[in-house]
Design a protein. Sequence first.
Length: 317
Amino acid sequence: MEIIRLEDLTVRFTQGSFNKRIIYALRDVSLSINENEAVTILGESGAGKTTLARVLLALEKPTSGKYLFMGRNVWKDRKARKLIRKEVQYIYQDPISALNPSKTIGSSLSYPIKKHLKLKGEALRSKIFELLNAVGLDESIVDRYPSQLSGGQLQRVNIARAISVNPKVLIADEPVTMLDASYRIGIIDLLADLKKKMNMTLVMITHDLAIAKYFDYKVGGSKSFVIYGGRLVEEGYVSDIIKSPLHPYTKFLVSSYIDINGNYNSLEFLKYKEGGISSQGCPFNERCPYVKDACIKEFPRYTSIDGRKVACYLYGG
């Protein structure tokens, strides 16, 4: 059953006081996410991934288009936005700044439980201990402060806080980027395990294909949306995208991906040109080795290929 739907959603900002310039963070994005589904949002820094997360959390109002949550139009239904506050939770990239340094771990975990589950006293304390156990932490840290924990422990606390209200959707925005390599696999394993136990939709946002590939393996298959320059350029399962990328930008990502043996396809990588994000046509046209005149003039229509979608004139457009 569909839980999230975006229809031609655009988020744009105006830059400058006199010579105003329009910047598109997201542009005509349409996608669908189902209940209990694992989803990966792929793209480099500045692609629009975090803006998309903010839209899903109803923290960023789109300039145009629709956001439907459980069939309700979020920005025309105040109750739908209130519902999202509980049912869509977020794990921050930086585990340190996500927690108030002046509050104990127990205090940070208690707020959402009090607000949404209305627990107090011994029931509240039992719930906090239950959450700490669920994320692999000892109950003794409940009275400690964030400065007394490691980065990996802090991220587990953030995960505990996010799942404390039993959300339907959990968004993990680059959850292991700022952690030591020794902690990364453990956090991905934990998220995959919680998804299965809690029957929730899990959205993994990452720029790292190695993380995307491992996440896909742990959850038994993850639908992926590839974003570049605020545009959704390709959709398909992570395993298919890595094995056989379609859009030139996705090919660029895969060609620059270093495998477990330290190898990457340098010949394919060297085909790509230096350039920025184009505001006209396909945003990748300045860097694309296959660019055509049509790519500069207009963004292509989506083409379906073997159950996948791609926006590129190489496939008809």
